[in-house]
Design a protein around this ligand. Structure first.
Ligand SMILES: Cc1cc2nc3c(=O)[nH]c(=O)nc-3n(C[C@H](O)[C@H](O)[C@H](O)COP(=O)(O)OP(=O)(O)OC[C@H]3O[C@@H](n4cnc5c(N)ncnc54)[C@H](O)[C@@H]3O)c2cc1C
Length: 296
């Protein structure tokens, strides 16, 4: 089986997903592949259909809670070969494996503005589009013109911004799991390089002082309920520091859960459920996860 897959890129067998998620948890993937090109993605999807295997595309794993179970399918990791970027005037075409942090810097370097918010978000373009990642009142949908995707049948097509159905941390890709994002086209306005650098520096300092960046985490665990801050509600209930196994509600930011001591995915899921119940009991509000559960 593995020989067939090696046509499509670099294949790792029984690869621990804890190496590919920023929470540093997760069982082994039967196969983890870095596809070498678009045709290879199609080949891998066909392979999975033929062998009745599941597949999952990941980027940096910075929004994933992979279960402790082994994943009996194929994980496609889009980074190495999906890393191209091309500027044409104020438009830029970026492959889905390109880092959002790097794009933020490139955009500013070329004298444009509009992507500074992403300079502290450790995901790739594909994961960013899927999540409609954002910060400081902006999100990826703001400057996005269109996205190229491939579906299960190997058809390539473009979805324009409104067809992506972006809303707060959601997009069509969260319901249409058959679509793999290949590249995205953005347009940016002309900016002021110094001002943008200052803005990114000040946001970086802010993140460093308010987020537990030294410990494995996945950013915000919960989406903010309308007009409320999930972090503030959790903090007000005195849950900072609450620990289950090796997972802890961060002392620094209550909407972060950190892996302080070889946490299992189950520890993290139990802590998430504990916080949700506490919020439900006290505020009668249901907190929804921003982190995505995978292979549960
Ligand atoms: C320290 C820290 C700070 C963070 N700050 C923020 C923040 O300010 N704002 C914010 O929005 N998020 C934040 N995050 C969360 C995370 O970085 C974002 O959600 C990011 O968009 C996830 O990208 P990724 O490449 O890691 O995706 P992954 O976690 O690998 O995947 C997330 C989902 O996207 C899907 N996906 C990935 N690539 C593709 C593709 N090419 N085609 C189709 N589906 C795909 C996956 O299947 C999965 O369902 C933070 C995380 C950390 C660790």
């Amino acid at each position: 089986m593995v020989e067939q897959l090696t046509h499509y890129g670099t294949v790792l067998e029984q690869e621990p997903l804890s190496r590919h998620t920023t929470l540093r948890v997760g069982g082994c993937a039967r196969y983890l592949i870095y596809p070498k090109d678009v045709e290879s993605i199609q080949g891998i999807i066909d392979f999975c259909c033929e062998h009745s295997m599941k597949f999952k595309v990941i980027g940096r794993g910075s929004n994933l809670l992979a279960s402790d179970q082994n994943f009996l399918g194929v994980v496609l990791k889009l980074d190495r070969s999906f890393n191209h970027i091309q500027f044409e005037g104020n438009e830029v075409t970026v492959a889905s494996g390109y880092s959002m942090m790097r794009l933020a810097k490139e955009v500013v370097k070329r004298g444009f503005t509009g992507f500074e918010w992403a300079s502290g978000v450790p995901g790739n373009i594909g994961g960013g589009v899927y999540m409609n990642a954002g910060a400081y009142g902006r999100d990826i949908s703001h400057n996005l013109l269109r996205v190229q995707v491939i579906n299960r049948d190997g058809q390539l097509f473009w979805l324009d911004n409104h067809e992506c159905q972006f809303s707060y941390r959601t997009s069509i890709f969260q319901t249409r799991k058959d679509l793999v994002v290949l590249q995205a086209v953005f347009s940016f306005e002309i900016g002021n390089i110094e001002k943008s650098i200052q803005q990114m520096d000040s946001w970086r300092e802010y993140r460093q002082s308010t987020q537990p960046l030294q410990l494995p985490n996945c950013g915000s665990i919960f989406r903010n309920p309308p007009n409320q801050s999930a972090g503030k509600m959790i903090e007000d209930l005195g849950l900072k520091g609450k620990r289950i196994g090796g997972a802890q509600v961060s002392e620094k930011h209550a909407n972060f859960i950190v892996n302080v001591d070889q946490a299992t995915a189950q520890d993290i899921a139990d802590l998430i459920a504990y916080v949700q119940k506490a919020i439900q009991d006290h505020y009668h509000i249901e907190l929804h996860q921003e982190v995505e559960y995978f292979n549960w």
